[in-house]
Write a protein that binds this ligand. Structure first.
Ligand SMILES: [Zn+2]
Length: 226
């Protein structure tokens, strides 16, 4: 198994996508993104980077073979295929990578506010257990940098479901999606020792793309291969 979380360095894109933008849908130069994806291929060790057309859903797709088109309308993928890397693109949402070393299964999930609310990581684990008989104690979870409660100010109309994960500062509401995601994982039986979560906030750390900080910007990536 090999996995990686990229940052914004080492690519060829021009501002505001500088430099290692991996997303085609953000109006960056097409050839630059392909060159950046080739750099990711080198790092992860396969040319077959499986992307998905992320839509802030909790849809989970089983990947049976590599497709050079992004998987439509899904925010999590699971595979047992060895010749591809699953990729999740983010710029503030949580990039979540999962690995069952016993059954040789890997998965990714795109966990933004909506995904966390709909428990997309729990749903991914449920599908791993149903489809591949994964044991929850064998699943290791790697969560990359995302926007944290220091910066994630939200309007009152989106707090439903996050009542225990709000911070109020100077009459503003901030959301702690990381904490909710971790609590939901604990509640489904994942042990904390099997979770590795980055403490880094994308909006604070300028080595990462942040939609909240920059608006038009690139996407960095979590990628995992068996
Ligand atoms: Zn922050």
């Amino acid at each position: 198994m090999r996995y990686i979380f990229t940052d914004r360095f080492g690519g060829v894109s021009k501002p505001p996508f500088d430099t290692l933008n991996l997303a085609l849908h953000v109006e960056d130069d097409f050839d630059a993104v392909l060159a950046n994806r080739a750099i990711l291929s080198q790092k992860i060790g396969t040319q077959n980077l499986q992307f998905m057309e992320q839509i802030h859903s909790s849809n989970v797709t089983i990947i049976k073979s590599y497709d050079d088109k992004a998987v439509p309308q899904t925010d999590a993928m699971i595979t047992k295929q060895k010749d591809l890397a699953l990729c999740v693109m983010v710029a503030d949402c949580m990039p979540v990578l999962l690995h069952d070393g016993a059954k040789e299964v890997v998965a990714v999930a795109h966990a933004g506010r909506v995904g966390v609310k709909e428990k997309i990581v729990n749903k991914t684990i449920k599908r791993m257990r149903e489809e591949f008989y994964c044991d929850i104690n064998d699943i290791k979870i790697f969560i990359g940098a995302s926007i944290k409660s220091c910066c994630y100010e939200v309007k009152r109309d989106v707090v439903h479901g996050f009542e225990n994960y709000l911070e109020i500062r100077e009459d503003k509401i901030y959301l702690d999606t990381s904490k909710k995601c971790l609590d939901d994982l604990m509640n489904t039986g994942v042990k904390m020792e099997n979770i590795d979560i980055s403490p880094v906030c994308t909006c604070c750390d300028k080595s990462l793309f942040s939609y909240r900080r920059e608006g038009q910007t690139g996407r960095f990536c979590g990628a995992i291969t068996i």
